[in-house]
Write a protein that binds this ligand. Structure first.
Ligand SMILES: *Cc1c(COP(=O)(O)O)cnc(C)c1O
Length: 400
């Protein structure tokens, strides 16, 4: 099986592609050309790793979760600490890569979309670091729900533009960012935040995030002298998970599990588990699994974690689901909140609610493992952003 690159039409198996108007097509071709030449250029890669080290704080630790391992009583559990990245999550790895590419293309203006604001904050931080103009499109409802992140972006010098169309959340923010990009393509780069969208974005974002899995491979070889038995990570758009998984796809002994947001039920609208419950279709320029109704309208989604609350998923994950190389499971809001509390109490680490989904799955996985097994969990971000929400939800559970 080929896991390296999409084909020349930007497809992973039957997924991916470029379902875009002609005007966008030109911009995508230009972007792909620049990305390919940049990634072949040793100096570009060195610059990328230099800024990951100096600005982001890489390599992030591979942390042995000793008390969690004891509590669950099976495999040795390691956490890849992306929560220690600057701005609090893995998203900034991709932002550094794309900002360096923007500079290489001779552009000085960046547009981005954001849902909860995490990608917007990471983009604004890197744009500030390199003195680029930065516009972040954000649904008006999200701006209300995520007011502290709006202020963070503004402090970092970004202009946050509210989007009033449709559901006034992430989906419309992406459309607005694409419109701006196509109108201003000679000066502007669209910095997409996950492995979604038309080719070359899924391949490019994955390439920048693969640093996560490459570090894990090296760190675990030094620590344990071997590969892990299991990898577990949460899947929203799919960037932190594919970054962890990709360097291990060819290692047949490594079992790989992606965890989706099961929300509060299995009905359409109650979850954001695209691969578990969705069907193939086209959204934001790519063919992939989607949550849609029987008329093909994109469904509403729900998850306690904003970062997983998206009705689509990267095309490479759809491919990995179909080939069976990766197993996708769901974890409910309630299970994620329990894991959020558990890691805080046992390890002194407050995880974001997104990776709390991956951690929650350990309760189901570990009983099937032995003490000699090794599990690596992608801890994609920290929980500071989720404190208020988690407190409210926990109160509701305890009183309801
Ligand atoms: C945005 C986000 C995610 C989900 O995005 P992916 O592209 O699936 O990684 C997961 N964890 C955290 C902490 C996030 O901020």
């Amino acid at each position: 099986m080929h896991y390296e690159q999409p084909d020349e039409r930007g497809r992973f198996g039957r997924f991916g592609g470029q379902y875009v108007p002609e005007t966008v097509m030109e911009a995508l071709l230009e972007l792909e050309r620049h990305f390919q030449s940049a990634w072949r250029d040793e100096a570009f890669r060195r610059r990328f790793h230099h800024h990951l080290e100096e600005f982001v704080g890489r390599p992030t630790p591979l942390y042995f979760a000793e008390r969690l391992t004891e509590a669950l009583g099976g495999a040795r559990i390691y956490l890849k600490r992306e929560d220690l990245c600057h701005t609090g999550a893995h998203k900034i790895n991709n932002c550094v890569g794309q900002v360096l590419l923007t500079l290489r293309m001779g552009k000085r203006r960046i547009v981005a979309e954001t849902g909860a604001g995490q990608h917007g904050v990471a983009t604004a931080a890197v744009a500030a670091r390199f003195g680029l103009e930065c516009i972040v499109y954000m649904g008006e409802i999200d701006m209300e729900r995520q007011a502290p992140n709006v202020f963070r972006m503004q402090l970092l010098g970004a202009e946050v533009v509210g989007v009033a169309e449709g559901s006034r959340t992430l989906k419309e923010a992406i459309n607005a960012a694409i419109r701006d990009w196509v109108t201003n393509v000679r000066t502007t780069h669209y910095l997409l935040g996950s492995v979604v969208g038309p080719h070359p974005y899924p391949m490019m974002v994955r390439t920048f995030q693969t640093v996560i899995g490459e570090e894990v491979k090296q760190q675990l070889l030094e620590r344990e002298g071997r590969l892990p038995d299991y990898l577990v990570a949460c899947v929203g758009g799919g960037s932190n998970s594919i970054g962890l998984f990709h360097p291990f796809l060819h290692e047949e002994s490594v079992k790989i599990i992606g965890v989706e947001a099961g929300g509060r039920g299995t009905g359409l609208g109650e979850h954001a588990a695209t691969l578990s419950f969705g069907t193939p279709g086209v959204l934001h320029g790519a063919h992939s699994f989607l949550l849609q109704d029987r008329f093909g309208q994109i469904a509403n989604t729900h998850s306690v974690s904003a970062g997983l609350d998206y009705p689509g998923v990267g095309p490479e994950h759809s491919f990995l689901k179909e080939t069976g190389r990766v197993t996708y499971v769901t974890v409910s809001d309630r299970e994620a909140l329990e894991a959020f509390e558990e890691l805080s109490e046992l390890e002194g680490i407050i995880p974001a609610l997104e990776p709390a989904h991956a951690l929650a799955f350990l309760r189901r996985l570990i009983p099937h493992t032995s003490k000699e097994d090794i599990v690596v969990v992608g801890l994609s971000g920290r929980g500071d952003k989720d404190l208020q929400l988690a407190r409210q939800a926990m109160e509701e559970y305890h009183h309801g």
